[in-house]
Design a protein around this ligand. Structure first.
Ligand SMILES: *[C@@H]1O[C@H](CO)[C@@H](O)[C@H](O)[C@H]1NC(C)=O
Ligand SMILES: *[C@@H]1O[C@H](CO)[C@@H](O)[C@H](O)[C@H]1NC(C)=O
Ligand SMILES: *[C@@H]1O[C@H](CO)[C@@H](O)[C@H](O)[C@H]1NC(C)=O
Length: 412
């Protein structure tokens, strides 16, 4: 109880700073189009269809029997080229889903841009999120369903989805684009199961996350002092899903974020709590849509695993504690991911104002992976973590560059 109070008040205190900053800008846009409000409630499939794009749903089984839902946009709206199209796989970030790539509508959402550029676009959904809450025998209401971190997402989910795509499309290799945790899981896969390096043409890391010793995220910082007492943390945040619904409102809706309804919503949204909020590149008209689709679910272990690495400043497997580590890994400390096993060509895209993927942590990654071909800083100083997927100018600032890089790896 006492710990509850301490963590909660630290969190409320830290992100109240963000809320106040947000007040300075004109983020309150009450005139919201009915069509936009509808987008807040449609699922990824219906959203894509609504805007006139083809979309397919695919179910993928992992080795450990989770059932994942993938979304595919096989071609663009105006451009139905038949014949082989290069294939790209997009993997979302923490507390998010495939919707991340299409929330910003045609012309802005990266999945649409890729489809128009001639790609066959596949979007993954990690276990535990809105679309992947199924398992052959476990129910998401059970504790056993949630015994995973992003380690398992990288070890089981990504390989299952990549194998499925390759089988379905018949291409030998695909492009990989990951955002945030979508990069973390990729490092896990390619270091633990190096045979998957050969299935990727090139990997684009948007806001790469591996070393997190320098994160500025208030949520991770607030949790850090408690991380070493795993049991206690699980008691606070729940052993299963990370702070589902009510709890966040309960902890955030106290004194700080009450002035404006919309700022309060931002303050109580886990995603903004983790990543920060910057109004300049976020289209306020689209805010209800973002809030309608996030948070999309994650396990408490995913967050704790990041928290452990914030404390240790290492990129290592989940720390179960001295005794369990010995049983699981054969060593008292969790083993490090062997990043030198990565052989895929890697391109890193980062930003100065990113709270989760900070420039100094990105530099550390640069020194550990041998096959980094390019490292690009977004040319806008205020650009933050979520801007990689939601920014008004993401196409001009990042996506166009990715299209140019990717074109060099396509078969012609
Ligand atoms: C259609 O896609 C092809 C690549 O498949 C591209 O070369 C072409 O420019 C696109 N055309 C239009 C009108 O977008
Ligand atoms: C913000 O989103 C609305 C609705 O999609 C759109 O009409 C408007 O042009 C967008 N504004 C900017 C600056 O992109
Ligand atoms: C890491 O991977 C590299 C390349 O496969 C290998 O040479 C090295 O022995 C591995 N290191 C460890 C500690 O497993």
């Amino acid at each position: 109880m006492q710990y509850n109070f301490q963590v909660y008040s630290t969190i409320v205190l830290l992100f109240s700073i963000q809320c106040n900053a947000a007040d300075d800008n004109n983020i309150i846009n009450r005139v919201t189009d009915a069509g936009i409000l509808e987008d807040a409630t449609l699922d990824t499939f219906s959203l894509i269809r609504k805007y006139g794009y083809p979309c397919e749903i695919h179910r993928v089984y992992t080795e450990d029997k989770y059932i994942l839902e993938m979304h595919r946009v096989p071609n663009g709206r105006d451009n139905v080229t038949h014949g082989p199209r290069p294939v790209v796989f997009l993997q979302h970030g923490l507390l998010s889903s495939s919707a991340e790539w299409v929330l910003m509508l045609p012309g802005k959402g990266f999945a649409y841009i890729l489809a128009e550029a001639g790609y066959d676009v596949w979007m993954g959904n990690a276990r535990g999120n809105t679309y992947s809450r199924h398992h052959v025998s476990l129910k998401p209401t059970s504790k056993s369903f949630w015994q995973f971190s992003w380690h398992e997402i990288g070890y089981y989910d990504l390989p299952a989805m990549i194998d499925y795509i390759i089988k379905e499309t018949g291409v030998p290799k695909i492009h990989y684009i990951g955002f945030s945790q979508g990069t973390t899981a990729f490092w896990v896969m390619t270091s633990m199961r190096p045979e998957y390096n050969d299935k990727i043409l090139a990997m684009q890391a948007l806001a790469p996350v591996a070393y997190v010793g320098n994160v500025r995220s208030p949520l991770i910082k607030a949790m850090a002092p408690f991380i070493n007492s795993l049991e206690r943390l699980l008691k606070i945040f729940g052993t299963n899903e990370f702070l589902p619904n009510g709890k966040v409102n309960e902890l955030a809706g106290q004194t700080y974020c009450v002035e404006e309804a919309i700022t309060q919503v931002i303050c109580t949204n886990l995603l903004f709590l983790l990543c920060g909020f910057n109004t300049e590149q976020l289209n306020s008209t689209m805010l209800p849509v973002v809030l309608g689709h996030t948070p999309a679910g994650a396990s408490t272990r995913q967050i704790i695993h990041f928290g452990q690495m914030y404390n240790s400043k290492k990129f290592v497997q989940f720390d179960h504690g001295w005794f369990r580590n010995k049983r699981i890994y054969g060593t008292h400390k969790p083993p490090a991911y062997n990043l030198s096993a990565i052989t895929t060509p890697i391109f890193l895209h980062y930003a100065d104002n990113d709270w989760l993927s900070t420039p100094s942590d990105v530099d550390q990654l640069l020194n550990k992976i041998n096959t980094i071909v390019g490292k690009y800083r977004v040319q806008l100083s205020k650009f933050n973590h979520l801007d990689f997927v939601f920014a008004i100018d993401a196409k001009e600032l990042i996506y166009n560059r990715l299209l140019n890089i990717m074109a060099q790896f396509n078969y012609n």
